[in-house]
Write a protein that binds this ligand. Structure first.
Ligand code: PLP
Length: 390
């Protein structure tokens, strides 16, 4: 079975994704199984999506029940599952965010955020950060920093500027009367797991307020408890005008939202929209996932397990480790070498993780993971580092 699957994907898919040589067929909680029956501790979690665990019962049952009733319903009609999700989101997000645009991926959320910021301010300029990642459509890519993603597609959308992450003074200089918004992550994920230093986000917000620019916080990767708070910006004293969320939101299904504060709008009818956004199937799944996160205090679990896991990784005595960084259960181990061979070796040892930049091994496990599984992952990393791959 495995050979046929690999052959079909290699033959018919684009080749855009660097593949690992295994066929995943089943998941439960923080474990996944390949087609040979081998079990893995999943600290990749579908790039951070499976935060409530694979095949979470609550989410599975919500999807099954909704699939029997109504799967599709555009936003031009009212729908009970959508109203339920909107009400759940309104309770979950930081105070001051009151309305939501529903869409299907992190990139789409960022795209909408950029459009709403330009529309609300009548300004064109967007300030983003070096090492920031916001997606790969032309607008979102314009906010993304990595030159190898950007270069082949230039010219991108005009009006975007990048400043170093973590230095409030560079934002103060960059934000002017022409700035529609600053967009940034609280913890840069793809860029290498870099946590915003104390006072930085507050400084960014102040610079925005002074010049009448909006603050867009991209919580596509950090949202829904990953860092130890429902949203990572809640670790700081900051009030975003626009908050982008996706990944963990749907318990595994593709869904995203943009939360909007009082400075955003008015948004005239028809100025933005989509076909699938807010469809009942994903709304039911997302409501179930968010309720599960809240009722089981997964943010609290991320704090407790994250602190233990980070300390355990820090205890690994290896000259290959430059630094261990993170917030909650979003943890990066920066190596002094390229991460690729180490990620492959981890797969062999039964642990799935993911890269962040060229040298960081990133762990984004489900927050339902058991401490023993985190210890297994730490021991696997220790083994791989003490016996480096060729
Ligand atoms: N923003 C951030 C912070 C992300 O980490 C990602 C994806 O990793 C995106 C946006 C893009 O999201 P998606 O891949 O769902 O389009």
């Amino acid at each position: 079975m495995s050979e046929a699957v690999i052959e079909a994907e290699n033959k018919y898919a684009t080749g855009l994704h660097k593949k690992r040589d295994l066929v995943l067929v089943r998941g439960s909680g923080a474990r996944v199984w390949d087609s040979t029956g081998k079990e893995y501790v999943d600290c990749n979690a579908g790039h951070g999506v499976a935060l409530v665990g694979h095949c979470n019962r609550r989410v599975v049952e919500a999807i099954q029940a909704q699939a029997e009733r109504l799967v599709t319903c555009p936003e031009t009609f009212y729908n009970d599952a959508r109203a339920g999700l909107l009400s759940t989101l309104a309770e979950a997000v930081p105070a001051g965010l009151a309305r939501f645009f529903l869409c299907n991926s992190g990139t789409e959320a960022v795209e909408a955020a950029i459009k709403f910021a330009r529309l609300s301010t009548g300004r064109k300029e967007i300030v983003a950060t070096m090492r920031g990642f916001h997606g790969r459509s032309m607008g979102a890519l314009s906010a993304t920093w990595e030159p190898k993603y950007r270069k082949p597609f230039e010219p991108l959308v005009p009006g975007f500027h990048h400043v170093p992450f973590g230095l409030p003074e560079t934002i103060v200089e960059a934000v002017t009367e022409d700035t529609a918004a600053v967009i940034l992550e609280v913890v840069q994920g793809e860029g290498g797991v870099h946590v915003a230093p104390p006072g930085y986000l507050e400084g960014v917000e102040e610079a925005c307020r002074r010049k009448g620019a909006l603050l867009i916080i991209d919580e596509v990767q950090t949202g829904f408890g990953r860092t130890g708070r429902m949203f990572a910006c809640e670790h700081f004293d900051v009030d975003p005008d626009i908050l982008c969320m996706s990944k963990a939101m749907g318990g595994g299904v593709p869904v995203a939202a943009v939360a909007l504060g009082s400075r955003v709008g008015p948004l005239p009818v028809g100025v933005h929209g989509n076909t699938f956004g807010g469809n009942p199937l994903v709304c039911a799944a997302a409501s179930a996932a968010i309720e599960f996160i809240e009722e089981n205090d997964l943010p609290g679990r991320a704090i407790a397990l994250g602190a233990r896991f980070k300390a355990r990784l820090e205890s690994i005595k290896s000259p290959l480790i430059r630094e261990v960084r993170g917030l909650g259960l979003m943890v990066g181990v920066e190596l002094r070498q390229k991460n690729g061979p180490y990620l492959d070796a981890l797969v062999k040892a039964g642990v799935l993780a993911l890269p962040a930049g060229g040298t960081v091994i990133r762990f984004l496990p489900p927050l339902v993971i058991e401490p023993e599984d985190l210890e297994f992952a730490a021991r696997a990393l220790e083994g791989v580092l003490s016996n480096p791959p060729e």
